[in-house]
Write a protein that binds this ligand. Structure first.
Ligand SMILES: [Zn+2]
Length: 542
């Protein structure tokens, strides 16, 4: 028996050796079966595992080999010596949905702010927004031939707006059924899930049960639920409970998007919100988070500071309330409160106007600065008056400095947190206004500040949070990892120099340290230059 076993082992060994030999001979004889090679870098493959040295070979739009010392033959070679080679980054909260002003992916298909920080895939229509016509949107994306891949959510706020309007009431059975069918159609047309913006009008008017019912439909198609929660300030803990409940009761994965704790008196509550996420995960709820690495948020003055009840019925109705003295006083009181304890960060200096179409000179000025310029006292009630005036004149977008670094780092380190920008290709238009720097810096900032400088994350874990984790979250089975068979979305960067350059004062500065970006096998960025290639495509879940 023993001899026979030994013989079999020997036979197997001979067979294996000859297989190796024939493979080696084949490799020597055959021309390279690939078009592109990223040579000599350290591979951070997206899994979170330690890096290793290897070459990456690409044929068409697919990675075909990852091994040391591959022979390039006639393939184009990108030299990655001394650099990191990682999967292209995936941004699950991108405002790439269609906009009337064309500051979107269709109007800005080169997506240079994304490419220059290594982002190769984005998901549009977060916060409950975007078009309910998912098929039409994705068709426009394909026609625009973007440089990056674009998927989309279907937005609950848009669905509710289409069926019920901007009205604060519960849906009838018939309306709920029509909302269900819009979500169903969106998912059939390729949406990756349902986004909600329960902070915003009209999503704010929906009771939790309605959201659960619509999330359930998205879940039936394999989609997730992602929420800009009802309250990110005093009510943040309850809002995280709601987000978990939507996943638990709706039977689908659920995600708190751009998780943050707003307002000084609420700082530290990320301890509680993260504990809720851990407890939910322990009992089997698939609850996760995403985050951008800044201590300021950005949204419109109206959306950020004006109470939702005052916005009911649309702009005309809202302006009527501003004119009526009783309701104006009530609004101003709530605006003051929002400046004191919520997004306003306790000080009119913490609200900085980003863009005001009716007066571009206001961009970059805080509410405090505008008051000073007008020789008015810098006080919260004065700032509330100014907010009313801004809204009446047509509104502005703004940046709100009201988040603590401690909460930011605590949330970032949580294993269920991924990175997402909340920005967009084309928002901002390069050089225009003074927008939030996250559009230019999010991913590079995590790698520069939170990996290299603060050691809050390892490089491998940070890349995981930007690649395989968001990919698996969105059921993108062929992206987010450097593996043979995966789509060839690749970023090459220098771990020693990668950095965000965009600041709140001077946001229009591209990230540095990325040397090459490949999207679906197309070299989109090389030697510090955009190549003009646009190899992205619309992505569909179903
Ligand atoms: Zn949001």
């Amino acid at each position: 028996m023993a001899a026979m076993r030994k013989g079999l082992v020997l036979l197997a060994a001979v067979a294996f050796a000859s297989l190796l030999l024939s493979q080696a001979r084949g490799a020597a004889q055959q021309p390279p079966a690939f078009d592109l090679m990223v040579r000599g870098g350290r591979i951070v493959d997206g899994t979170g595992n330690p890096s290793f040295s290897a070459d990456v070979a690409i044929a068409g739009d697919v990675i075909v080999a990852i091994a040391p010392a591959l022979q390039p033959g006639s393939a184009r070679v990108i030299d990655a010596r001394g650099q990191i080679v990682a999967p292209g980054f995936i941004d699950v909260h991108s405002h790439s949905e269609e906009r009337q002003d064309k500051q979107d992916i269709v109007g800005n298909p080169a997506a240079e702010n994304n490419i220059r920080q290594g982002v190769t895939t984005v998901f549009a229509s977060p916060d409950g927004g975007g078009s309910v016509q998912v098929a039409a949107y994705l068709a426009k994306v394909d026609i625009a031939r973007p440089a990056i891949n674009v998927g989309t959510f279907i937005g609950h706020g848009s669905v509710r707006g289409a069926v019920i309007g901007q009205v604060n009431r519960v849906a009838t059975d018939d309306e709920l059924e029509r909302m269900r069918s819009l979500v169903r159609q969106g998912m059939r047309d390729g949406a990756f899930g349902l986004s909600t913006g329960l902070f915003y009008v009209p999503g704010n008017y929906a009771p939790l049960d309605e959201v659960v019912e619509l999330a359930r439909v998205a879940g039936e198609f394999g989609g997730i639920h992602q929420s800009h929660m009802r309250d990110e300030a005093a009510g943040v803990v309850n809002s995280v409970r709601d987000t978990i409940a939507i996943g638990e009761r709706g039977g689908l994965p659920t995600q708190v998007t751009h998780h943050k704790i707003i307002g000084k008196s609420n700082w530290g509550r990320s301890v509680d919100t993260l504990r809720l996420i851990d407890e939910a995960r322990l009992r089997g709820v698939d609850a996760t988070l995403d985050q951008y690495p800044y201590t300021a948020s950005s949204t419109s003055i109206q959306g950020g500071l004006v109470p939702q009840w005052a916005q009911e019925g649309g702009r005309t109705r809202m302006l009527e309330r501003f004119k009526d003295e009783t309701s104006r006083q009530k609004i101003l009181l709530e605006v003051s409160k929002a400046i004191e304890t919520d997004r306003g960060g306790g000080d009119p200096a913490n609200v900085v106007l980003a863009a005001c179409p009716w007066d571009p000179t206001l961009a970059g000025k805080s509410l405090a600065q505008v008051l000073k310029d007008r020789r008015r006292p810098v006080a919260v009630d004065q700032a509330a008056d100014l907010v009313a005036e801004i809204v009446e004149k047509g509104g502005c977008s703004a940046i709100y400095h009201a988040i603590s670094e401690d909460d930011l780092v605590r949330i970032m380190k949580h294993p269920a947190t991924m990175i997402a920008s909340d920005a967009s290709p084309g928002i901002p238009t390069f050089g225009k206004d003074v927008p939030h720097p996250r559009a230019y810096g999010t991913f590079a900032r995590v790698l520069g500040v939170y990996v290299r400088e603060k050691h809050a994350l390892t490089l491998e874990d940070a890349v995981r949070k930007m690649s395989s984790f968001p990919a698996s979250r969105m059921s993108l089975r062929d992206r987010g990892l450097l593996r043979p068979g995966m789509k060839a979305d690749v970023v090459v960067f220098d771990a020693a120099t990668i950095a965000d350059r965009a600041t709140f004062e001077k946001p229009h500065q591209y990230a540095e340290g990325v040397s090459a970006v490949i999207v679906n096998g197309h070299v989109t960025f090389a030697a510090g230059q955009m190549t003009g290639e646009r190899g992205g495509r619309a992505l569909r879940l179903n």
